[in-house]
Design a protein around this ligand. Structure first.
Ligand SMILES: Nc1ncnc2c1ncn2[C@@H]1O[C@H](COP(=O)(O)OP(=O)(O)OP(=O)(O)O)[C@@H](O)[C@H]1O
Length: 259
């Protein structure tokens, strides 16, 4: 593999007359955390939806290492190693934290008919290994989750539900993790704690590349190695956080022409 881990060029997504992503060039290196910011409706979630195959892009390229992932299915993209969380919680609230996390392994488990019927021993071993893995991940990520692994996800606080969602993404052993506004709906203190978790697992998984969509600039400052700013689907800035805060185009995008 040469160059960036994730490389998108000319990525474009049109919804009828609206251009939600406009010829976006985006790269992400192994071990890098990029903060993706921009005003409401600037195309951040659309970028995630396109890269993970939920939306079929109108034009462009998406590569993960040597793999061409342009317009591939979400399953293919997930198996290749790009995994995301959603802005709005997607937990099954009546199911246990464990059930919610283990779902993240389903793309990598061999659930084929042949395996299930004729190689039950191997299948059972895979399931047992998954159980151990969920326990171990939950424990490493946050003991609060590990201690209550078999309680319904709906009985957890907002921050712990986010933790469960992040564990569900991490259990798939992603190469690229896309986090869509993990602090949405949380207090300042909860956001600070969640970012502590994020920094801790970043330290444990130094190869993991992360894209973080976030409105809280404090969070972006604390966890990003590099920032990208979108406005009307176009990249208007790329660089360090301090330069972002001083950038005239970024100020105008957020505050209008009088900035
Ligand atoms: N499925 C869709 N059909 C039509 N338009 C869409 C669709 N998804 C997104 N859009 C439009 O694309 C543009 C970008 O939306 P997107 O959700 O990507 O923005 P965002 O930067 O994530 O915003 P926010 O910060 O509010 O989450 C918006 O104008 C939005 O209305």
């Amino acid at each position: 593999m040469t160059g960036a881990l994730l490389a998108c060029t000319g990525l474009t997504m049109r919804f009828d007359g609206l251009v939600a992503l406009d010829r976006l060039d985006f790269t992400l290196d192994c071990g890098e955390t990029v903060g993706l910011v921009g005003p409401n409706g600037s195309g951040k979630t659309t970028f995630f939806n396109v890269v993970t195959g939920l939306y079929r892009p109108t034009a462009g390229t998406v590569r993960l290492g040597d793999l061409d992932l342009f317009a591939k299915s979400p399953q293919t993209i997930g198996q290749a190693g790009i995994v995301r969380t959603f802005q709005r919680s997607r937990l099954m609230l009546e199911q246990s934290a464990f059930d919610n996390i283990v779902v993240g392994k389903l793309t990598s488990l061999d659930l084929g008919l042949t395996t299930n019927i004729f190689r039950r021993g191997r299948w059972r071993a895979e399931v047992d290994a998954s159980i151990r893995e969920v326990r171990s991940l939950a424990h490493r990520f946050n003991p609060v989750i590990a201690d209550r692994l078999f309680q319904p996800a709906g009985s957890f606080t907002m921050i712990d539900r986010r933790r469960i969602e992040i564990c569900r993404a991490l259990i798939a052993k992603p190469r690229v993790l896309l986090l869509d506004e993990p602090s949405a709906g949380m207090t300042h203190d909860e956001t600070r704690q969640l970012m502590g978790d994020l920094l801790a697992f970043r330290a444990e998984l130094p190869e993991l590349a992360v894209v973080l969509v976030e409105h809280e600039m404090d969070v972006i400052r604390r966890v990003s190695d590099r920032c990208v700013v979108l406005n009307f689907g176009r990249k208007i800035f790329e660089g360090a956080f301090d330069a972002l805060m001083a950038d005239r185009d970024v100020q105008t995008a957020y505050l209008g022409e009088d900035a």
